[in-house]
Ligand binder design. Sequence first.
Ligand code: GLA
Length: 802
Amino acid sequence: MRRILAAAAAAALALTCGAVAAAGPALAVDDGLALTPPMGFNDWNAFGCDVSEDLIKQTADLFVSEGLKDAGYTYVNIDDCWSLKDRDPDTGRLVPDPVKFPSGIAGTADYVHSKGLKLGIYGDAGTNTCAGYPGSLGHETLDAQTLAGWGVDYLKYDNCYNQSDGTQADYVRRYTTMRDALAATGRPIVFSICEWGTTQPWTWGADVGHLWRTTGDISDNWPSLRSIIRQNAPLAPYAGPGHWNDPDMLEIGNGGMTPAEYRTHMSMWAMMAAPLIIGTDLRSASAETLAILTNREIIGIDQDRLGVAGRVVSDTDGLMVLDKPLANGEHAIALYNSTDVLATVGTALGKGRAWRLQDAWTGAVTQARTRVEAAVPPHGTVVYKVRPLNDPGPVAPSVVVGAEIGTVTPATAIPLTSTVANRGAGSLTDVRVGVTAPSGWTVTADTSSRARSLATDATLVTSWTARAPEAVTAGTYALPVTASYIWGNRHRSSTASTLVVTVVTPPPGGTRYLSTVRAADFSNASGPIELDQTNGGSAPGDGNLITVGGHVYTRGIGTSAPSSIRYYLGGSCSSLTTDVGVSTGDAASFTVYADDAVAASATVAAGDAPQTLTADLTGVNWLRLAATSAGTADADWAAPILTCGSGGPVQPVERTLFSFEGGTDGFTIANAGGGGSVETTGAFHTDGDSGLLVHTPVNGNWFGRALDAPLDLSGTSMLKFDMRVETAGSVGEIAVQVGDAFTWCQGGQWTWSNPGGSKTITRSFGDISCPAGVTLDPSDIRAVWVYLNTGGDVSIDNVRAE
Ligand code: GLA
């Protein structure tokens, strides 16, 4: 160990002081397992409860055939829902579901082992697993013996139904009991603590398990990824061989993020020395997904035997630099841009003639003198492996091309700035920079776009004016910025970055809910601005129906103060009318700005009735909605109506089909034997004074009705209704019957993750699928049904078409 540290220190960059010392406490569980972060697969992110022996075996096969095993992936892990709901009445043992696992876990393990791989499974340090299967609390010894007897090599141990008093001591006790039970079996089993970071497991986990979750569950979207990186990165000093921070499993390939975001996911997990547990369906994974998951350089950084998690060198304005020392003396440096615009990210290098930078994704090699730096696309990460370089002469210099531009509106002059920086040792000569404009645009240089020479660390800054045509359509446009230059006196090279520009156009004439109008930009204290719901936290779509002073709104904009949203009106609108109020938190002040002048304002305390604001917007170019609070507040703009041009009825027009004002509107149960019942309720309504209360059976049933006469919903494209649900995990779906044959078409399943929360469920006809040969004809609807399970109560109101 000492020899490795000395090698690393010799090459240490000035920026790394202290990092190498963070080799962490001694191997705590000290059993030689997980000396590098575990690599494998787990079904949960892609399949939820839909796990099976077939899936696990197919995944093991794919580990071999797709080169994943060769790349280091070893553990094929089963998550929740693998057992029966009851233990064996005679032995008290957990029983694998014989339908899902016909060969049992033992047979599945044998198969996985025959491929040279290892099998993982899931359990829970409570009375039940999160999905309601038997937990191991009080059964630790028997369950550890059972799992070991089956040949299990890895246990992810969850924290639902934990019967805990919430103290860290109780958490340590519950997880330690299973640690000891596993150890007593004598089988080497990686122990993965999954208590979601609740009691700071990084402070105690190294003595108890090989890895510990540091956060709540990941989901397949950018705000989730960004928030987890932010929480996990600072915990680097706690990780080391045999004991790792676990920021949760990979979402790469699941479709909710862009390739650049998935590369950030992989890059940052490697830099944080996180477990690499694939969470996608490998049977249908694209070549691009497999390429990301098997990138040897990135995996090498994750699996580096020094086992030091990357230290946060800097973290400013959404730009983060991590430094991970490697066993061979090199350093992996990540330049991570969590902002929504192209940004230059970098950090100083130590003394030395020059440094060799190898891009871990592209393989390109460049040299830098004093800074490692890159222009990083939005949500992207550049990873360099860095080591000293004695002779930079033959190596291409690191040239960084940055650019900035604001929001573009049609036919207006927008300033654009480009910056070309020479970070290499040695001068550049004949430097020229150009911006490629989309067709119909003009981009002209206002200052010089050429430099005769650029010495090390000199920059060429050019001001430009960009102008989009009058008829430009709203959206994003790519403007490549390219620098061409000569280095080493004779090599002509170029470096390019892509500036992504947002164009906003005025809303068309008409009267519409502002939640249907695209904002030019926004800022918000937490997560995204939410449309037609409150701001629930960091993830998109995690809020509730806006409820202010007892009034429930199905339309509006949910923010978290301080927040600011801008809309471009281009002088074509006349007024905004909106209710304002606070759904949770402290009092908030709401201000409507018309071209920077205050047009209306109000302050509303939590629990107060909403106030109505009206703003005159005649001739106004920019509308801005701002909310502030002395504390924290979910500040809502409820039923905001914008009038442009000659006005008209409020768009989008909805048509209520069932409002439950006079009772249950005929809603019944589809399958009489399946259980459940309905009644009218005054407790939840989004239209009128009453809604429908559904008592749902555990195994689910369809609630709704066959219609007396065919319903013609031509001209509408979706069904909507408002719901409040008391139980997490509740699953729902929608169905219609169409045509004379009353053909059953269903789809659009959702899983409720927000107990006690409310939402508008929206399903387009395209989400609902019919049997082969039948198309869903909205003009001939014969019945409307909603499927619900869990056994809890669900309230529904205002079933409508839009
Ligand atoms: C919890 C865990 C998840 C997953 C589910 C299974 O939410 O954090 O990773 O295992 O339970 O129910």
